[in-house]
Design a protein around this ligand. Structure first.
Ligand code: PGA
Length: 257
């Protein structure tokens, strides 16, 4: 029997916003979001706005996520924010290994694994592990090798109980912020491959694993992408900055099950 996975939409604001923006976006979103779906939605504002977004979300059921976490425990690491702190202020999700972190901030597979491990030390914190190939890697036919290397680092570095708590986000780098969405077939092919790779370790974990798609996902293309059998939700950047668009992406979940 195949498990019915509960799809999820995560909004990644990246380094955008202000206190006024955050307050307005959350209140507009809560007005437009179907009440039955709130528990399937997560917002990831920049670090300074996490507490006020938590307060604005109140008891709505919408989750709160950070965009990054330190690979160190509390201590002398100027500028860093620990997993303990994220849990302490009410985060239940954290994005790890976003392609912007990997390329602009030199996060290697090893660093990504150590961040996932730190997040997992907090019982209530779910790491959203991002993987994805660049345009050059896709054109050179290397996408499978790249994604399986990024996945394998985590599958080897994290124990099974930890892997069972991870969410994966497939984000082709060439589709992020470019308007060039992967086709539903392209994305489904990669998602199926990721699930197969996890199944080689543990088929029950693979069955329940949430694999989100990210990269120019919006209210126009969400339905087709989210209808694919191995696409369990979305990681949304640009469209998450406009309450109406983001609410429409989230409300698509009511149509795709
Ligand atoms: P995008 O960003 O939706 O603007 O392409 C997605 C992401 O980077 O998480």
């Amino acid at each position: 029997m195949t498990l019915k996975r509960r799809k999820k939409i995560v909004g990644n604001w990246k380094m955008n916003g202000s206190t006024v923006f955050a307050r307005t976006l959350v209140s507009d979103l809560l007005e437009q979001l179907s009440p039955a779906l709130t528990e399937q939605v997560c917002l990831c504002p920049p670090m300074p706005y996490l507490p006020m977004v938590a307060e604005a979300l109140g008891q709505s059921g919408v989750s709160l996520g950070a965009q990054n976490v330190s690979s160190y425990n509390d201590g002398a690491y100027t500028g860093e924010v620990s997993a303990t702190m994220l849990a302490d202020i009410g985060c239940d999700h954290v994005i790890v290994g976003h392609s912007e972190r990997r390329t602009l901030f030199a996060e290697t597979d090893a660093i990504v694994v150590s961040k996932v491990a730190k997040a997992l030390e907090q019982p209530g914190l779910t790491p959203i592990l991002c993987v994805g190939e660049t345009r050059e890697e896709r054109e050179a036919g290397q996408w499978q090798a790249v994604i399986s290397r990024q996945m394998q680092a985590v599958l080897e570095g994290i124990d099974r109980a930890g892997v069972a708590r991870i969410i994966v986000a497939y984000e082709p780098v060439w589709a992020i912020g470019t308007g060039l969405t992967a086709t539903a077939e392209q994305a489904q092919e990669v998602h199926a491959l990721i699930r197969q790779q996890v199944a080689a370790l543990d088929s029950a974990i693979a069955d329940s694993l949430l694999i989100l798609y990210g990269g120019s996902l919006n209210d126009q293309n969400a339905k087709e992408l989210l209808s694919q059998p191995d696409i369990d939700g979305g990681l949304v950047g640009g469209a998450a900055l406009v309450a109406e668009k983001f609410a429409r992406v989230c409300n698509t979940l009511a149509e795709v099950g």
